[in-house]
Design a protein around this ligand. Structure first.
Ligand code: HEC
Length: 446
């Protein structure tokens, strides 16, 4: 991990605080996005398979609309899925420098899995639209052999598309699981030495948190379906009643079932956290998350009972805020767990700063020191040593510091009966300091 060490800069406690905030904001983007991509793609694939098998057009249409909704577009995939994750990996490298390498390692692994998963899922999305091209060609059955050929292409491209989607889901599933393990290890300082990947992945703490994530992801995907089909830009156009009913039912069920189980898991995760991580704000945010879910039930119920599409925006916001609340609670717990690490970083910062200031500040020049260390070997103020005593020679300078500095920097040989004074090799400021000192001191001997 020497390479990683090179990326690390010394952090003051303020920097640590700031990095925690930034990583929280990045999670606000990354977690909701990866949630809808994971569950949305899974759902899209399932309905696509079912649709082809049962020749159900609603399923096939839903599958296509869904994958286009959850993957938004390619640049969103790159920004929200890949760039945001690598940024948070870099932040954790800084935060856990010298202490928690395992969290960093897991996050790096999750980055590779998630990236491959996202690429495959976008392949699935765009190859789905591509295979539809053949559908439209299908109608022009002028030539038997061409029709055969087209059919073959269509079947193959459909297979390829389903395969890309399936592998994409698998990679994303592993990636988010390892990601959860990395973040969970951020709280469990005691587990930092447990480097066995499988025992970490299958530990109850990690599994419980991963289930929480999946439940949140499912609820948020349901909420996103309701929101994007019925609210976003006035709702999707050309929805017939049958399709509308289908989407409403699916969206409500997909949101409601996980949302009902979620409070249980949020509380379980809380009881599972090590004592050091718990503070009143961790409790507050988890409680807030649970209350938001209750508010969500209310909107879901109204939507279900009134057979309406209102409140889809409310449900979307409520579930999104629940995700935010759990992220804040997690980050707070992590800050609490890592106080010793923050302290170590702060000390390291102090050390580096003192070293920096020590080497770059100009050395303090004391005229007295220079006199004692250099000049006094040959000079005294009131009697002859090797050179003449200062109380005889200095009066000839008439208190002119500059003239004396000039002499010290370039000694001449003005006094008969003495040898030549060697150049003491001082810098201009040093010469100035010692000149000032001896001119002041010599007054005591006049
Ligand atoms: C190795 C011995 C030696 C050291 C060290 C030395 N000096 Fe001298 N200094 C002399 C000698 C010898 C003379 C007489 C030179 C001459 O007659 O030209 C002298 C002369 C002087 C004079 C008289 C110059 C004049 O024109 O009247 C001053 C002032 C002086 N030194 C200051 C200093 C200061 C300040 C230092 C320390 C930074 C210093 N010296 C270090 C040997 C030394």
């Amino acid at each position: 991990m020497n390479l990683l060490d090179k990326l690390v800069i010394p952090l003051s406690p303020e920097h640590v605080q700031l990095l925690h905030y930034i990583s929280m904001l990045i999670f606000f983007l990354f977690v909701p996005f990866i949630s809808i991509v994971l569950v949305g793609t899974l759902l899209s694939l399932t309905y696509k398979r079912k649709g082809f098998k049962q020749n159900n057009n609603i399923y096939i249409k839903f599958s296509k609309d869904l994958i286009e909704t959850v993957t938004i577009n390619k640049s969103m995939g790159i920004m929200l899925g890949i760039v945001s994750l690598i940024t948070s990996v870099l932040i954790y490298i800084q935060l856990f420098h010298g202490a928690n390498l395992i969290t960093v390692e897991y996050l790096i692994w999750s980055f590779f899995f998630v990236t491959i998963g996202i690429i495959l899922i976008y392949t699935y999305r765009y190859s789905s639209s591509f295979s539809e091209l053949f559908n439209s060609l299908d109608e022009s059955k002028e030539d038997e052999s061409i029709a055969e050929e087209i059919k073959k292409y269509r079947v193959n491209s459909r297979k390829l598309s389903l395969k890309a989607g399936g592998f994409g889901i698998a990679f994303l599933f592993i990636g988010t699981w390892v990601f959860t393990a990395g973040v969970t290890l951020g709280f469990f300082t005691s587990k930092w030495n447990d480097t066995h990947l499988l025992s970490v992945l299958f530990s109850w703490a990690v599994i419980a948190r991963y289930i929480t994530f999946l439940l949140l992801a499912a609820a948020f995907t349901g909420a996103t379906i309701l929101f994007s089909f019925f609210y976003w830009e006035g709702g999707k156009e050309n929805l017939n009643e049958q399709y509308k009913y289908f989407i409403r039912k699916n969206g409500i069920v997909l949101t409601a079932i996980p949302a009902v189980i979620l409070p249980l898991f949020l509380l379980l995760d809380l009881t599972d956290l090590p004592g050091v991580t718990l503070s009143s704000s961790v409790f507050t945010f988890i409680t807030l998350g649970v209350l938001l879910l209750f508010l969500g039930y209310h909107y879901l119920y109204v939507m279900y009972k009134n057979n309406s599409t209102d409140y889809s925006i409310h449900i979307f916001i409520v579930v999104l805020l629940t995700i935010f609340a759990t992220i804040i609670a997690d980050q707070t717990a992590m800050v609490n767990a890592n106080k010793p690490q923050t302290f170590a970083l702060a000390q390291n910062f102090d050390n580096v700063m003192t070293k920096l200031t020590a080497s770059s500040a100009p050395p303090t020049i004391s005229g007295e020191d220079i006199y004692k260390n250099i000049c006094s070997a040959c000079h005294s103020f009131d009697h002859k040593v090797v050179g003449p005593p200062y109380n005889q020679t200095l009066p000839t300078f008439h208190g002119d510091v500059d003239k004396l500095v000039d002499f010290i920097l370039h000694p001449t040989h003005p006094i008969p009966g003495y040898p030549e004074m060697p150049n003491p090799g001082l810098t201009q400021p040093q010469a100035h300091a010692v000149a000032t000192y001896i001119l002041k001191e010599v007054k005591k001997y006049e």
